[in-house]
Design a protein around this ligand. Structure first.
Ligand SMILES: *Cc1c(COP(=O)(O)O)cnc(C)c1O
Length: 411
């Protein structure tokens, strides 16, 4: 692998022009779009418009005149094709954690003969915490968390499990679970399935409908580029929407919120999963950010993501000084999401040294250096330059400088 080959890959890349739709700092190689997506150029003017014209001038009229009230559905419908969902099943609201609470309760209620929520030990902690909190609230007689290793999921799908809660792409290792297969096996045992798409929505083709998923949740601020704290989304399969009942009975989920009825009557569509007033400014940012996906083919995203990561691995292998970085992600591209994890005893310091030199990666405790590949705005040249900087940091042992070991609140 040489620089000419890298340039050839960029020249042949059908997504290369998409980078122009993002505002990226000139001195930065951004390999952390899996944690906070970069800023699409369309967002700034939209947010400025929402603040000065819609809020500043049109004030409360904007709920109707600028359709603020429909944003959760409108944004949900823009996310739907990215995650393989037909219309009427996705809504944008709240955070993943809150949405997990809603769908967990819903699923447990639909499967009320059973009490076990099965998940994986290595799931993102908030997913496990939300089940623990629910178990505390309802009592272990109604909700019990059982966690197993990723490779043991299948053998633990028994008739005592109510809900299988899985994150499709492991946040640390990037390991990709087989959504269609696991959903099918779970359904055969009468288990409902919730998929967390935090690291898959926008990273690879997701097939919620084709996999017959029951529920899903996902993030607006990672691969969907909605900005820090961007609202999340949730998916409820059409077949469940009439019978399902979620417990956060806010007025926005009422069948007729502006009737101001003292009794709660749930909306019998996806709207039931809203709770309170939508966060208009940040949801507008996400709405604008989603326009970059309009002409994007998810198979092209997948192909480029696999090639970016394979190229990164090949360049790492070419450099003997990087042999202490151990790949913790599957080495077969088809078994991963769009990120790579490497373990190293000095992962934190290496990460800080990289950031100081303009290569943004992140560190995940205890010893993982994580690189995210966002096909919309990462080039092959970025990968080449990032590895060159990494080689320099490791070879020179610069990462051993004390300033790179200062602990930070957010990693
Ligand atoms: C990032 C992430 C979350 C974030 O949850 P929030 O409540 O939106 O902060 C949840 N689950 C997974 C798997 C994640 O990677």
């Amino acid at each position: 692998m040489n620089f000419d080959e890298i340039i050839t890959l960029d020249k042949a890349d059908p997504l290369a022009k998409k980078r122009l739709e993002f505002d990226l700092p000139a001195d930065t190689i951004y390999l952390d779009g899996n944690s906070l997506g970069a800023l699409p150029k369309s967002v700034k003017p939209r947010v400025a418009e929402v603040i000065s014209q819609q809020w500043g001038n049109d004030l409360i009229k904007s709920w109707n005149s600028h359709n603020w009230i429909d944003l959760p559905i409108q944004v949900g419908e823009k996310i739907a094709p990215i995650i393989g969902a037909a219309q009427g099943q996705v809504i944008c609201c709240d955070s993943i954690s809150v949405n997990l609470f809603k769908v967990l309760c819903s699923a447990l209620k639909l499967n009320s003969e059973r009490t076990v929520v099965l998940s994986t030990k290595d799931n993102f902690p908030t997913d496990l915490y939300m089940v623990q909190g629910l178990s505390d609230l309802l009592g272990a007689g109604s909700c019990q968390l059982e966690i197993v290793e990723e490779q043991d999921i299948q053998q633990n799908l028994t008739r005592s499990v109510a809900v299988l809660l899985l994150t499709q792409v492991n946040f640390r290792t990037g390991m990709l679970l087989d959504m269609a297969k696991l959903t099918q096996i779970a359904h055969d045992k009468g288990i409902l399935v919730i998929w967390d798409l935090a690291h898959s929505a926008g990273a690879l083709p997701v097939e919620l409908d084709n996999s017959k998923a029951d529920f899903a949740v996902g993030c607006g601020y990672k691969y969907l580029n909605g900005g820090p704290g961007s609202p999340a989304f949730l998916y409820v399969a059409k077949r469940h929407q009439v019978t399902v009942k979620q417990p956060l009975c806010g007025w926005m989920g009422h069948a007729n919120p502006f009737a101001f009825d003292p009794n709660y009557v749930p909306s019998h569509d996806i709207n039931q999963f809203q709770c309170g007033t939508p966060s208009v400014i940040s949801m507008s940012a996400l709405d604008a950010a989603l326009d970059v996906w309009q002409d994007v083919d998810m198979l092209q995203i997948r192909t480029k993501s696999e090639t970016l990561a394979d190229t990164f691995i090949a360049l790492i292998k070419m450099n003997p000084c990087l042999h202490e970085l151990t790949l913790c992600s599957p080495d077969v591209a088809q078994l991963r999401g769009s990120q790579l994890a490497f373990s190293h005893d000095a992962a934190f310091a290496i990460c800080q040294a990289l950031i100081a030199k303009g290569v943004i990666a992140d560190f995940r405790a205890p010893n993982i250096l994580r690189f995210g590949f966002t096909p919309l705005y990462t080039s092959f040249e970025d990968i080449w330059r990032a590895v060159a900087i990494l080689v320099n940091i490791v070879e020179s042992e610069q990462y051993k400088e004390p300033r790179f070991s200062i602990t930070l609140k957010v990693t």
